[in-house]
Write a protein that binds this ligand. Structure first.
Ligand SMILES: *Cc1c(COP(=O)(O)O)cnc(C)c1O
Length: 456
């Protein structure tokens, strides 16, 4: 390929921010460059293949929506580490809060001798998750751990065992959560025995099923009633907008109908907002777009600006059903991660970052819709705020075209744009830029994606 050494890009935007950090993409070596290639050789000797390397480009620093690799290539990052650096890479306030905390206290174990930041994060979650009732939060280390704890608590509260999940769901890679995912490969293949009492029902996927929200909900509910029965169901765990499954936005009325059925039957309704939450869609939690008031909300990914932290927030009476000592863990709610999280909430509230997701949607969605008119391989454009996706299909059909996704993502990487894939059939490109991305960066990236489709 001759064009891997693309020249530095010029655009009307400034080329650096006030602190001198670059704002533009710039490809100066082949992708991956020589230093990345050398690092990758080292990695392959000591890191197992189960930990994939989608793009073996080794990142050295990042700020806002730009990531710079060890070879000096500057990428526009449309993935934000899968929606983790939602308010931007190395956000100044997050870095300052974590740095200050590092010098003060890095660990006590909250269940032995507590500290304030954990309590502050729990207060913020009580305030910002939907619902005007008493709520409590347990902090843990990862999304999957939040799912595990949510299920544990729902089982204790209800005295029931069954866990309902949906087709195309993704909930993690631990023993319980791999049984809750839709896809066996790669998440569960060969890793059994899987946890029992997990029941996976059809979801709402308007592009494919064409069902109204009411009809899709009736199908989901009928399935759960037949295969497990409400009386044995502890909880129903749903992603309000499915993440790994391909940013599937359910039909109007679908989620409220599920929640109403859960409430009527004493089933704990758990919103897995690990990918869709924390300002990603222009609300704190995507549940708000659908009028949902979940009994429990799971957050992780974007909650601490890049530090590992996750939360299970729920109705106080549900959360308090777990006995003293039943919840927690050595690192859960670590002081540095919690301090970073407090800074994330302060930034979202203080700088009205919720509005940034709307700004991004206003640039990116019409841009993607224009591409859809040009390229019939783009079957669907969907999503809300800074959580958008396109589904690629064989022209004139709904048959997945995963090869096109791979080719577009590879072309984008070669030209300085980091693009994530998704979808049960690997045929979705998802856009999860940080809220710090500028319109100029978005437009520049759209231009690269246009070229990528033209090159197919
Ligand atoms: C990423 C993700 C998880 C798992 O989170 P980890 O931190 O990777 O364990 C669970 N649910 C959803 C919706 C996710 O996007």
């Amino acid at each position: 390929m001759t064009d891997t050494l693309a020249p530095a890009v010029s655009s009307d935007a400034a080329s650096a921010d006030a602190q001198g950090f670059p704002l533009e993409r710039r490809v100066v070596t082949a992708i991956p460059g020589p230093k990345s290639v050398a690092l990758h050789e080292r990695r392959l000797k000591v890191v197992p293949v189960g930990v994939t390397a989608t793009l073996p480009v080794y990142i050295e620093r990042a700020h806002g929506a730009i990531a710079i690799d060890v070879d000096g290539n500057q990428f526009i990052d449309l993935g934000a580490g899968i929606g983790v650096t939602t308010i931007g890479h190395t956000d100044a306030a997050v870095v300052a809060a974590a740095t200050e905390q590092l010098g003060k206290l890095t660990h006590t174990l909250f269940t032995i001798t507590p500290y304030e930041s954990y309590v502050r994060v729990a207060e913020y979650l009580a305030e910002h998750t939907p619902g005007d009732f008493a709520k409590k939060t347990v902090l843990v280390n990862s999304g999957a751990e939040a799912v595990e704890n949510g299920v544990k608590i729902a089982r204790k509260y209800t005295g029931r065992n069954g866990v309902g999940v949906l087709d195309h769901a993704y909930h993690g890679r631990t023993n319980l959560t791999m049984a809750m995912n839709f896809k066996a490969a790669p998440y569960a293949t060969g890793f059994g025995p899987l946890a029992g009492d997990v029941y996976r029902a059809p979801n709402s996927y308007p592009y494919h099923d064409g069902l109204s929200g009411a009809d899709a909900a009736a199908r989901t509910i009928a399935y759960l009633e037949k295969t497990v029965g409400a009386a044995d169901l502890a909880c129903l765990v749903v992603e309000p907008i499915q993440g790994e499954g391909g940013f599937v936005v359910p039909a109007d009325g679908y989620l409220p109908a599920l929640q109403a059925w859960c409430t009527a039957n004493g089933v704990v309704f758990i919103a897995d907002e690990i990918q869709s939450g924390m300002a990603r869609t222009g609300k704190y939690f995507a549940s708000e777009h659908f009028g949902l008031v979940p009994d429990m909300v799971l957050s992780a990914k974007g909650i601490a600006g890049g530090l590992p932290l996750a939360g299970v927030t729920g109705r106080a009476e549900i959360m308090d059903s777990a006995q003293p000592g039943g919840l927690g863990g050595t690192f859960g709610g670590n002081p540095v991660a919690a301090a970073a999280s407090v800074a994330v909430f302060e930034q979202i509230d203080g700088n009205n970052l919720l509005a940034e997701a709307g700004r991004i949607e206003a640039v990116l969605k019409p841009g993607l819709e224009a591409l859809q008119k040009k390229y019939p391989v783009i079957g669907d454009v969907r999503g809300i705020g800074a959580m958008l996706a396109i589904e690629l299909v064989a022209a004139g059909s709904h048959e997945p075209d995963a090869a096109a996704v791979t080719a577009v993502a590879a072309y984008a990487a070669q030209h300085g744009v980091l693009l994530l894939t998704a979808g049960t059939y690997g045929n979705v490109l998802r856009f999860l830029p940080s809220l710090a991305i500028t319109n100029a960066q978005l437009e520049d990236a759209l231009g690269v994606i246009d070229e990528a489709f033209a090159s197919l």
